[in-house]
Design a protein around this ligand. Sequence first.
Ligand SMILES: [Zn+2]
Length: 304
Amino acid sequence: MNAMRDVRSVRIEIAGGALQSVFDECDRYDSNETGGRMVGHFALVRNTLVVRARGVIEPGPKARRTRTSFFQDGDYQTEVFRRIEAEDPTIEHLGNWHTHHVNGYPNLSGGDVATYRRIVNHDLHNLDFFYALLVTSRREGRADLDRYTVRHYLLFRGDEEVYEVDARNVRITDEATIWPRDVAVTEDRLQSDVGQRRLAVAVRAHDQRILEVIYPSLKPRLSARSETFFWKGPIALVDGTEAELRVVEVEDEEKLAYYPRVNPASAESGSLCEVPFRSASEAVRALESGLNRAIYKSAVGSES
Ligand SMILES: [Zn+2]
């Protein structure tokens, strides 16, 4: 029944690229909690459970974050998981990762443990274990895979205990990362362009990963003439029409800001186009719901 009852030890193998994308996400949200899903494979080698984390599904554009709490965008993550599964039917949702480095709490909270217990004991949970990676602190002056400290935990179905995996049983591998998808093509292009600024590249690559799932019709572009970076393409609206969208990146006091533009323009879209957004995906989402709201309002108005 429960294959995990013979487990005597646990080994974690995590792809370096997956850990890198965890740390990139921590860099982006340095005052609020954030996290994501860990995907990969596992094996029972004699009495050792080997957990092979090969990818990380980002929290998604509707994720909600505060200093002490974090809720993921489940719809987005399910959509991504289906895409990965279509190419690799053996892929498993191994667990979650999240961060406490912003609130200084060095361990899983009572709430974290309660949530994980609920998941691992759920009938619909595929595996008899749940893997949790926790980022506990930032290491000043360190780079790359040394820039944060992490802890690894395992919970098992029907077992109240929370097991921490000793650092000696954790290995970082150079296996290819399953997700985020290799964005090298886009990134190479972006990097060879304006300024080579790391922040810009990280924000764009992150945006591109979200946009290519939710709004595949929007494509990244670079204007050779003005050296401006933008996304462009049609989005479908609730009444079946399409709006031609453009999100332009602007450098604003060392920070990047994103302004949406829409054709045909309307009063509703006009006001949304004046506010800067922190990312292109946020801008697209705001504009899409603004335009749909306007369509809905005018439909309701014409009926009365
Ligand atoms: Zn927590």
